[in-house]
Ligand binder design. Structure first.
Ligand code: ASP
Length: 468
């Protein structure tokens, strides 16, 4: 017999089915035992009565989260037993066979609620249980659907997904790197990518022309609020494009994606309004304004673009050095190129950077890049980097730029945040299968953890125990 998904039983009155799943709840009404059987598609009510003999005796032992196989007849529920809240609420199962496939200890917390009421540390320690919750299981499925939509959409537009390395070298993207010690080269380290920025630009040098990747990024920051040490971007880069091209493509992709995967949502304004950085700050005191006209509507989406950011800002309070505001690889707006090359009017240079904001959250950002070596070099010189440091950190980029790199630009979206916002979740941990805690621990695997003396030795490392 073929397994039937529980959801299908809603249209199968009169048929015999074989169901596999978990005991979600058990209710005893006098001698009648009601089991809610759960699989990933839904919940089925199974009714055990004493006349069922041995099977009834087994049913009496069932506890939440036991794994079972149940063969039985799908019947219409008596009128007064219909549950309008669930899709299978008009049917129930009259069992013919019950087999226990695995017993379960009493779970450490309830799984038949939405889970917000449970301490997060506990939920993360037992994440595989937490993920059995329909809300979280639903988040995983929607995440998959959204990523599949993006992949197919970009594939139709002739983008190529390319995997870039995880073991790489430090990039100056503003955050601290996670590093991996090298066994073969004592005292040397790989860095995990903060983003695939340099690789995607080198793919443009390679002639790929249209690249994307569902890319994992790693940033060793003190985990503030909604940040995670590792997170996922839709990363994208295109050759022979201007700012308008990248913005237009992303706007259409966002709209198509929302309309297809989240048809219940309403986009407040299309085309997305555009604000310059200056306008946003003057009008809203932030470069991430929440433009929703009705903040109580959970399905209203106010998307906007922020453009014309200053390229540089003072790096310290003394004001004698400059740093980039967004991305050192950005090109200035065309009319500011002469100033960049002359290192003049630095505070007034505007970048081609564009950010996309959804309901007050920055969900993506990118820019047109410098593709000529002198321009990239000028950025680092403005930031006060010595020639030798520019060569050692970015020599490969400058060299590639001198070997026929086309004009190019791109963007990256924070996918976790987008999914959390579209699912009305309070934070990105709710849409990541195995997130870390606010203090960067994996409570389920118990990471980070110590490694053996032998591993340390192979890696040429000595650990100084902190005092106290
Ligand atoms: N790599 C940039 C980031 O991670 C995005 C981009 O400019 O494409 O923020």
């Amino acid at each position: 017999m073929q397994r039937t998904q529980i959801l299908q039983t809603k249209d199968m009155v009169g048929e015999t089915v074989e169901l596999f799943g978990w005991v979600a709840t058990r209710r005893d009404h006098g001698k009648i035992i009601f089991i809610d059987l759960r699989d990933r598609s839904g919940i089925a009510q199974v009714v055990f009565v004493p006349q069922q003999g041995d099977m009834y005796a087994t049913a009496e032992k069932l506890r939440p989260e036991w794994v079972v196989r149940i063969k039985g007849l799908v019947k219409a529920r008596p009128e007064k037993m219909v549950n309008a809240d669930i899709p299978t609420g008009k049917v129930e199962i009259e069992p013919q066979e019950l087999e226990v496939l695995n017993e379960a200890l009493t779970p450490p917390f309830a799984l038949d609620t939405d889970g917000y009421e449970i301490g997060e540390e506990n939920r993360m320690k037992y994440r595989y249980l937490d993920l059995r919750r329909p809300r979280l299981a639903g988040n995983l499925v929607i995440r998959h659907k959204l990523i599949t939509f993006i992949r197919n959409w970009l594939d139709k537009k002739e983008f190529v997904e390319v995997e870039t390395p995880i073991l790489t070298k430090s990039t100056p993207e503003g955050a601290r790197d996670y590093v991996v010690p090298s066994r073969l080269y004592a005292g040397k380290f790989y860095a995990l990518p903060q983003s695939p920025q340099q690789y995607k630009q080198l793919l443009m040098a390679a002639g790929v022309e249209k690249y994307f990747q569902i890319a994992r990024c790693f940033r060793d920051e003190d985990t503030r609020g909604d940040r995670q040490p590792e997170f996922t971007q839709l990363d994208l880069e295109m050759s022979f494009v201007a700012r308008e091209d990248v913005m237009a493509l992303n706007e259409v992709l966002l709209i198509d994606m929302i309309k297809t995967v989240f048809p219940e949502k309403r986009i407040q304004e299309i085309p997305f309004p555009r604000l310059t950085h200056k306008e946003a700050i003057e009008k809203y005191q932030t470069d991430r304004p929440d433009l929703r006209k009705d903040k109580d509507d959970k399905d209203l989406l106010a998307l906007c673009w922020i453009i014309d950011f200053p390229f540089f800002e003072k790096a310290d309070e003394l004001g004698d050095s400059w740093t980039f505001t967004h991305n050192p690889f950005s090109a200035p707006k065309p009319e500011a190129m002469a100033d960049l090359l002359d290192k003049k009017n630095i505070g007034e240079i505007l970048t081609t950077q564009y950010d996309v904001v959804l309901n007050g959250w920055e969900i993506g950002g990118g820019s047109i890049r410098n593709h000529q070596a002198e321009a990239l070099q000028a950025v680092f010189e403005i930031m006060g980097f010595e020639k030798s440091r520019i060569e050692s950190n970015f020599g490969h980029m400058l060299e590639a730029f001198r070997l026929g790199t086309p004009p190019h630009g791109g963007i990256a979206w924070g996918l976790d945040r987008i999914i959390a916002l579209l699912r009305n979740e309070p934070n990105i941990r709710e849409v990541i299968a195995f997130p870390k805690t606010g203090d960067a621990r994996d409570l389920m695997m118990d990471g980070p953890s110590e490694i053996s003396a032998k591993q340390l030795e192979e890696l040429h490392l000595k650990v100084e125990k902190s005092k106290g």
